[in-house]
Design a protein around this ligand. Structure first.
Ligand code: GLY
Ligand code: MN
Ligand code: MN
Length: 463
């Protein structure tokens, strides 16, 4: 399938969804350019929904899809002066051939043309609460249509959230997307390998100035970019020693010392798709006994979660499987005392494990690192439950995993210094994260070109 056909097929699916829900027109802007200061902008990143339906990465563009199947693009007009400064614009004349849309206009014609497109339509669909000022803009178009009702025009009677339609589509990845996600995973895995090797070489050679977190960040960025990745999918975490216990730490300037662990959570974005890998390794290539003990618990938790990541299981099953293994490890190592906290089930019920494991084991991943998609099964009834504090919670059953869904599997343990916690484990933070594609019979880990087993990490760092 050529690139244009992929997006045409997705637009046709949106049109069918609109039609089956009573018709109307879907309207979608791409992301705005964001000024950083004076005449400098932040690096531009298109809107993921917009890209999903067009493959078009220029700013200043809009898409309309009618339930009849007709698609209309609005884009920046050709402008020699601006193109000299900012680069070539596709322009509306070339857009139908380049993008496979049925019609294209200059974005300067947006308000008038959109009012025409919405005339005699039953509904308008747009992403709710996603773009600043969009609701006001839609109101403006509807007012233009209303101004014509005395001449017999009909104005859309209802507004719907387009995200509901697009989130469901994006949750299950097609072959084109899976191909890119696999390539992104490979590039990121290579970057983690490079960072591990650099760490080992630098700490062994003991060069002047030492090894700092930003040195390893630079290795990651170099590897991403030299393989064609446009940018990191999110801000890289490179955390030396105790910094790994700060969940949203960023690569800073702390020095990596022999005997410390280094946690790297970093992934590239490739052609609009993310990857998300975490590895934790000994900065000098050799785990201490205490580090190795906790590492093997986290790894066992990840294996348990991987086993539960298959079609028919629920999204929460990998988390539940990993959490049980982590709790067993907490009780075995004395992070939690058996005398005080009881059994695995007792710890699950009390929530005491959250002292060392306070996040979920995964999230959807795709165009966005924390991708869109409902985490509960659509069409199921909510039920009320009381939590440990007696608060009433409304819950819906967790999402059933299906082939084509992509999620991360990322258990961890984070031990901050505390009374009653064995000192050997203080300041150790470990997370292991891979990206899983649900297949017909299980899952494919797309990011395993970087070792995860402790012996294999040590071997790589010795080589
Ligand atoms: N890197 C973001 C996350 O792991 O969720
Ligand atoms: Mn993640
Ligand atoms: Mn991550």
């Amino acid at each position: 399938m050529n690139a244009t056909a992929i997006y045409q097929k997705r637009r046709a699916a949106v049109a069918r969804a609109l039609k089956s829900a009573g018709g109307g027109v879907a309207v979608l802007p791409t992301a705005p350019e964001l000024p950083r200061n004076r005449d400098t902008d932040f690096p531009y990143r298109h809107d993921s929904y917009f890209y999903y339906l067009t493959g078009f990465t220029e700013p200043g563009a809009w898409l309309a899809i009618e339930s009849s199947g007709k698609s209309t693009l609005f884009c920046r007009p050709k402008d020699l002066e601006r193109e000299i400064w900012d680069g070539i614009r596709l322009g509306p004349k070339a857009a139908p051939d380049a993008l496979g849309v049925d019609a294209a206009f200059s974005v300067d014609a947006l308000d008038n043309t959109m009012a025409q497109l919405l005339t005699n339509q039953s509904a308008v669909w747009f992403p709710f609460a996603a773009h600043k000022g969009l609701e006001t803009q839609v109101d403006g178009w509807l007012n233009k249509v209303r101004a014509k009702v005395r001449m017999g025009a009909e104005c859309p009677q209802s507004q719907h959230d387009l995200c509901r339609v697009l989130d469901e589509m994006r949750l299950v990845k097609d072959r084109h997307e899976i191909g890119i996600l696999r390539r992104a995973g490979k590039i990121s895995a290579g970057a983690h390998v490079r960072a591990m090797q650099t760490s080992a070489v630098m700490l062994r050679s003991g060069g002047p100035g030492g090894l700092r977190e930003y040195h390893l960040e630079a290795e990651l960025l170099h590897e991403f970019r030299r393989h064609g990745s446009q940018a990191p999918a999110y801000t890289s975490i490179v955390a030396a020693g105790a910094n790994a216990c700060v969940l949203h730490y960023r690569a800073g300037d702390a020095e990596l010392k022999p005997g410390q662990l280094c946690l790297i959570d970093a992934g590239c974005e490739l052609d609009g798709y993310a990857s998300d890998i975490t590895r934790t390794f000994p900065a000098d290539g050799q785990f201490t006994a205490a580090q190795r003990r906790l590492y093997d618990i986290v790894l066992a938790a990840q294996y348990a979660a991987v086993k539960a990541t298959r079609p028919g299981q629920r999204f929460t099953d990998p988390h539940d499987a990993a959490t049980r293994v982590l709790i067993e490890g907490m009780l075995d190592t004395g992070l939690l005392s058996k005398a005080k906290h009881g059994s695995v089930d007792d710890v699950l019920a009390s929530g005491a494990y959250r002292q060392f494991y306070m996040h979920r084991t995964g999230h959807w991943m795709g165009m966005d690192v924390h991708d869109c998609g409902d985490y509960t099964e659509p069409g199921t009834k909510a039920r009320e439950e009381k939590d440990a504090q007696g608060q009433t919670l409304t819950r819906r059953p967790s999402r059933i995993l299906r082939p084509g869904m992509v999620l991360t599997i990322e258990p961890g343990l984070y031990v901050r210094p505390a009374k009653n916690v064995p000192k050997d484990y203080w300041n150790i933070g470990i997370r292991i994260e891979d990206d899983a594609l649900i297949t017909a019979s299980g899952c494919e880990l797309m990011t395993r070109d970087v070792p995860v087993d402790a012996d294999e990490i040590e071997a790589l760092m010795r080589a």
